[in-house]
Design a protein around this ligand. Structure first.
Ligand SMILES: [Zn+2]
Length: 77
């Protein structure tokens, strides 16, 4: 269950960070599973999960999560 603890810890850390899109205090934590984990420092064959935070407004925007994931894929987050 070590992996689950890591995810919980990661989500707790993300919760303290501001919204990835607008910088407002965050309310929601979402998980991003990149299609190319190696781009995020994972070894080949190892998957990677990235936690990020969103405020209520961005979370409720239909494309909020898509935009946040696009930022991470472009390495801008
Ligand atoms: Zn926001």
């Amino acid at each position: 269950m070590k992996m689950n603890n890591q995810i919980v810890e990661m989500m707790n850390q993300a919760k303290k960070a501001p919204c990835i899109l607008c910088g407002c205090p965050s309310v929601h934590v979402a998980l991003f599973v990149p299609k190319s984990p190696q781009d995020y420092g994972a070894k080949p064959g190892v998957s990677r999960v990235i936690a990020y935070s969103l405020c209520n407004a961005c979370f409720n925007t239909p494309d909020g999560m898509t935009r946040a994931e696009k930022l991470m894929m472009e390495g801008k987050a």
